[in-house]
Ligand binder design. Structure first.
Ligand code: ZN
Length: 571
């Protein structure tokens, strides 16, 4: 009986396969990896449709619906391999004291401000009715930015007609999906040590009373994050300002509520007083994965990092061929200079890129999320004009140098400086793509840093601010530019242990840690393995001889235990 069933099954599969083949063209043929690496990325387009009460925005794997009267997201569905995997159980909620952003209490209208394949901006203006009799209506505006990477950033402005004491300002969603863990990042830390763990049992909750920046739930198949720029801007001591509550939890499906508080005070507390006729602004966002479609090369991304030094600024052809023969497919040059402005002797770069391509690999140029070469033309100009404070950052005490390489002299910048810095970074990347056959970039130290002390000069929303929203937008802008110039582009980040969704979702591969040890395979899967949810590849790097670093053999073992192809190495 069993044998007959097996034969039947084989017959059925064969028939289906033949039918499919004849309907869709010739038999599939295997491709060499050099060709697969260069297959264009799947489309990452947004489409908009306007319905009677909602605007629907469809991305490559997600669909948002925004209510025209309130500007709130009323529906969200995410698909994986063509099947729904994550959804909002009810409309998102924004509670502003006695005012609530919902279809019952909001009277507004929405206009399309701008629309492209990569970003759609909607503006909703209206008034909110209070649940308390006698309160004046509250005028509001929200500008909602939908990005093609699954991120939405909503910029809210409230304009009370008379002083308004708020004791609660809360953004909350209830969603179901294959979530297993949570993570919470604050706006006064970079996320390296963000607390995370397994979801509690149904009915259980995990609360935080810190300055909430990003609260997320995730698993190997999907993830969801809420984030804000002004978390706990007014909070009475000890009150929870971020909360994950588990409503149900099955083998493969959890229903959770995620809430972030910008304001939380006791009933008897003074609250945060919004001044009459003075705008009060804040941003609140959502990020989901999978946020794109898978690329067949995903597991074949294997990165070799070439650093060099002052005496050897460029690799020899032999070094490049050796890396290719070891099976690496991405050749990253780590200290090459400002994108588009290679270090001397610059004439060497075309030879290097040519050899990398002839060896079948792709070429990646390294830039830091925040550091910039001291010799970059615009950096020099800002310093000469006495304007450096407008861009100044504070990592590595403001300056990073490498003793064996004097060219490696970089200055820290603030990720969220609005003073033309992001445009300059993009201009450098555009120069790089104009001048060289670069296939992608490696972005070092991709963390939402929280150490800027120039909040006023940089117009930060809070004194302690992690620049998360600006860092996301920079990463998103870079991805759009590189995709347009190189359809098969590869973006890799070094996120260390800060697995914060809106920060890392624009990359195809992630280097976690820099040779830091993993405690157990289970923890590895829980903390890092979920990058599969965004169809990304992981990289594991052996460390040096510091005790907390990971030996080469351990890195190899982890790679073999957890998927393969992640082992990365440097010269
Ligand atoms: Zn700053």
């Amino acid at each position: 009986m069993k044998r007959a069933f097996t034969l039947m099954a084989i017959f059925a599969v064969t028939t289906v396969d033949r039918t499919t083949s004849s309907a869709s063209g010739p038999e599939p043929r295997s491709q060499p990896i050099t060709a697969v690496l260069r297959e264009p990325l799947p489309p990452e387009r947004l489409q908009l449709s306007s319905e009677s009460h909602e605007i629907v925005i469809q991305g490559p794997s997600f669909r948002y619906a925004l209510d025209k009267a309130s500007g709130i997201i009323v529906a969200l569905q995410v698909e994986r391999e063509g099947h729904p995997v994550l959804r909002l159980v009810e409309p998102a909620r924004l509670v502003i004291g006695p005012y609530s952003l919902d279809t019952k209490h909001a009277r507004g209208s929405t206009a399309i401000t701008s629309q492209s394949d990569a970003r759609i901006v909607l503006k909703t203006e209206g008034t909110l009715k209070s649940s308390l009799p006698g309160d004046l209506d509250l005028p509001f505006t929200v500008v909602s930015n939908f990005f093609n990477d699954g991120v939405v950033v909503a910029e809210w402005t409230l304009r009370p007609a008379k002083d308004l004491a708020l004791r609660e300002l809360r953004h909350e969603v209830v969603a179901s999906g294959p979530f297993r863990h949570y993570l919470h990042k604050t706006r006064d830390r970079d996320g390296f040590d963000a607390p995370w763990g397994s979801l509690p049992k149904p009915g259980g909750r995990v609360g935080f009373s810190t300055r909430t920046s990003c609260l997320q739930v995730f698993g190997p198949r999907a993830g969801l994050a809420l984030f804000t720029d002004r978390g706990a801007t007014h909070a009475s001591g000890g009150g929870e300002t971020a909360l994950v509550a588990v409503k149900s939890l099955g083998d493969d499906l959890a229903t959770v509520s995620l809430a972030q508080y910008l304001v939380r005070d006791a009933e008897s507390g003074p609250g945060l007083v919004l001044k009459a006729n003075t705008p009060f602004t804040f941003r609140a966002g959502v990020s989901v994965v999978p946020n794109r479609l898978p690329h067949p090369r995903q597991r074949d991304l294997r990165m070799f990092t070439w650093v060099g030094d002052e005496k050897h600024p460029y690799p020899s052809d032999k070094e490049i061929h050796d890396a290719a023969q070891l099976g690496f497919t991405l050749f990253q040059m780590h200290r090459l200079g400002t994108p588009g402005e290679p270090r001397p002797p610059a004439g060497e770069l075309n030879r290097v890129i040519d050899t990398v391509h002839r060896a079948g690999m792709l070429f990646l140029w390294t830039a830091n999320a925040d550091l910039m070469y001291a010799c970059a033309p615009r950096v020099r100009e800002m310093q000469a004009q006495g304007k450096w404070r407008l861009w100044q950052g504070f990592n590595y005490g403001g300056r990073y140098t490498a003793p064996m390489d004097r060219y490696c002299d970089l200055l820290a910048t603030c990720l969220a400086s609005p003073n033309g810095l992001a445009d300059y970074r993009i201009q450098c990347d555009a120069n790089m793509m104009d001048r060289y056959q670069v296939d992608g970039m490696y972005i070092d130290d991709n963390l939402a840093y929280a150490n800027c002390t120039l909040a006023k000069e940089h117009h930060h929303p809070e004194q302690r601010y992690d620049c998360l929203i600006e860092l996301h937008e920079m990463n998103w802008r870079r991805r759009q530019l590189l995709r347009a110039r190189c359809p098969h582009t590869v973006l890799v980040d070094h996120c260390t242990t800060a697995m914060v969704l809106p920060v890392i979702c624009d990359f195809d591969a992630h280097l976690y840690g820099e040779g830091y040890s993993f405690s157990a395979a289970e923890t590895y899967w829980a903390q890092f393995g979920w990058i599969r949810s965004m169809h990304a590849q992981g990289f594991i790097w052996p460390g040096d001889d510091e005790p907390q670093r990971c030996a080469t053999q351990i890195a190899y073992n982890y790679d073999l235990l957890t998927g393969g192809g992640q082992y990365t190495y440097l010269d």
